[in-house]
Design a protein around this ligand. Structure first.
Ligand code: G3P
Ligand code: CA
Length: 243
């Protein structure tokens, strides 16, 4: 049976400020197979890595990502809110992270945060960057905006796209197939044996998020999910060694 892969959620976000190069570098150091991150577009249409639509929670600035230029965003401190040790960490561009991922032969899960903001041509921009760094086959694109995933497949048919969802769905593999997606990223609590079996039958990888408790990790490892997305890749690795 294939080993479950470890994806560091927003980088190793239990150890370093989420979605910063410090968090991605720590994910590399912890031996994660891949990193998960969130992308938005700036006022000048650059793809940047940040979770929220505004910079308030994770930087020392204010305002919406969409209303700030890359230069303005890069002046913000994205590390001190987590710990003074990380003062000076910046909001990364997607390109910076792709460089790191390519250098280490890792996988990457790019979540398009376009379920509450419209970002014209975000799909095309992300596809172009993946092509540029030779990462199309190592990437999975996820979104709560399933229409955007359909657009992504039209733009780059080879890319793996993952249906993100929170609530329990009936036969989610049927929905994923209907939507033209090639994998499933469910909220971890909704993943039961029937879901994993149904997806395996349809060759749809299942990668639950965001699993931080050892007990939950053990349950999902036993079910044979393809990957687990976690803030704590170190804890997950420990659990995997025990099973
Ligand atoms: O991609 C899984 C997970 O990251 C989705 O939720 O809010 O952590 O981006 P969130
Ligand atoms: Ca995310």
């Amino acid at each position: 049976m294939k080993r479950t892969e470890v994806y560091a959620h927003r980088g190793f976000s239990a150890m370093a400020p989420e979605n910063t190069m410090a968090a991605f570098q720590r994910a590399v150091d912890a031996g994660a197979d891949g990193v998960e991150l969130d992308v938005h577009l700036t006022k000048d249409n650059k793809v940047v890595v940040i979770h929220d639509e505004t910079v308030k929670r994770t930087t020392d600035g204010t305002g919406k990502v969409r209303e700030l230029t890359l230069e303005e965003l890069r002046r913000l401190d994205a590390g001190s809110w987590f710990d003074p040790e990380f003062k000076g960490e910046k909001i990364p561009t997607l390109e910076e992270v792709l460089q790191l991922v390519a250098e280490h032969g890792m996988k990457i899960n790019i979540e398009l945060k376009n379920n509450r903001v419209i970002y014209p041509e975000l799909e095309q921009k992300v596809a172009n960057l993946l092509q540029q760094y030779g990462l199309v086959k190592q990437a999975v694109i996820s979104s709560f905006n399933h229409y955007s995933l359909k657009v992504m497949k039209q733009v780059q048919p080879e890319i793996d796209t993952a249906i993100l969802y929170m609530e329990g769905l009936v036969d989610p593999w049927v929905y994923a197939k209907h939507a033209g997606a090639t994998s499933l990223h469910p909220y971890w609590y909704t993943v039961v044996e029937e879901v994993v079996k149904g997806c395996q039958k349809e060759n749809l990888p299942v990668r639950p998020f965001t699993v931080n408790q050892p007990k939950g990790m053990r349950r999902l490892l036993q079910l044979g999910v393809d990957a687990i997305i976690t803030d704590k890749p170190d804890v997950l690795r420990e659990e995997m060694e025990k099973t």
